[in-house]
Design a protein around this ligand. Sequence first.
Ligand SMILES: NC(=O)c1ccc[n+]([C@@H]2O[C@H](COP(=O)([O-])OP(=O)(O)OC[C@H]3O[C@@H](n4cnc5c(N)ncnc54)[C@H](O)[C@@H]3O)[C@@H](O)[C@H]2O)c1
Length: 331
Amino acid sequence: MPVRVGLIGVGDMGAAHVRTLSTWVPTASVVTAYDPDTDRATAVCGEVGGRVAGSATEIIEAGDVDAVLVAAPDPLHEELVLACIAAGKPTLCEKPLTTSAEGSQRVVDAEVAGGRRLVQVGFMRRYDPAYVQLRQLCADGAVGDVRVVHCIHRNARAHPAASSDGIIFNSMIHELDAVPWLLDDPLAAITVHAPGLPDRALRDPQVALIETAGGRLVTVEVFVNAGYGYDVQCEVVGERGTARLTPPYGLGLRRDGVDGVAVIDDFVARFRDAYRIELSAWVASLVAGTPTGPSAWDGHRANLAASAGVESLHTYGRVAIPHPDRPALYR
Ligand SMILES: NC(=O)c1ccc[n+]([C@@H]2O[C@H](COP(=O)([O-])OP(=O)(O)OC[C@H]3O[C@@H](n4cnc5c(N)ncnc54)[C@H](O)[C@@H]3O)[C@@H](O)[C@H]2O)c1
């Protein structure tokens, strides 16, 4: 019997998840989806033989839905995940878990009160083969003790809902989760620089300088209107060498006298393998009984860093990142 999944939100990310589940995860079946854009929901359900739901609540409460995948806009995540916890439904919620640290604390509190892990957060970089190798290499000491990490996160065009604070909560959130995971070293303080231009509402690009509890330095450039493509880079600098994801992730092209590498402009293409592995692992963990991927606590820890980043963006100062005790449920 496959794990029967209901999707809430089938825009770019949700539709890609539907296709990944139906194509690559034979132990899952997409049975229903809800999106207020009914044309979109109808098209996506039509591809996989699912039914179009009339509301998110209908999906969460449906007897034939074993697990819910939330890919609705960020501000809706908290309410939807809390409803899934109340209904006892395992949930993969796209990042960020919520749009505030107070909100993610409420999710953690609800899950802890229920006494079992139900929530996984869509931090798919933890499943990207190159990131996984980079993390292993750091753990093995292949470049010596890591002293600095440089991260770059560029999009060709900003999402229409992009905001200056959202650049941190929606985009930089990936680095705020991935870097402490890569180094096994929590983030301790953040300073965000984003001068902005007088004629532009969006403060983009933003560059953050982050200090870890272990005394490492991390730089993160997020540029959501970089124009040329989608480009995620990461380099770790150790005392004996450096290691990096090979940038950009694309196709070698020699043409018109130029030897270059084509840059894709699409996160789905860049992280295709990561999404496949993420969703396969999520469904396998549900078959085994409990989600084991990035937890609500991981989502909350990233949100604490993002919240400090937003404060820094507005105060132009260095902001300490709280480091609360991990509840027993997440040990
Ligand atoms: N992990 C990743 O790599 C990654 C990449 C992109 C987006 N995301 C996340 O996925 C989520 C969706 O992003 P996207 O790029 O697909 O955005 P999108 O704008 O393409 O899609 C959002 C969809 O949500 C729908 N929606 C609006 N209100 C809704 C509601 N009340 N209930 C259900 N659906 C509703 C919209 O109609 C739209 O189809 C966001 O949380 C985003 O942060 C994650």
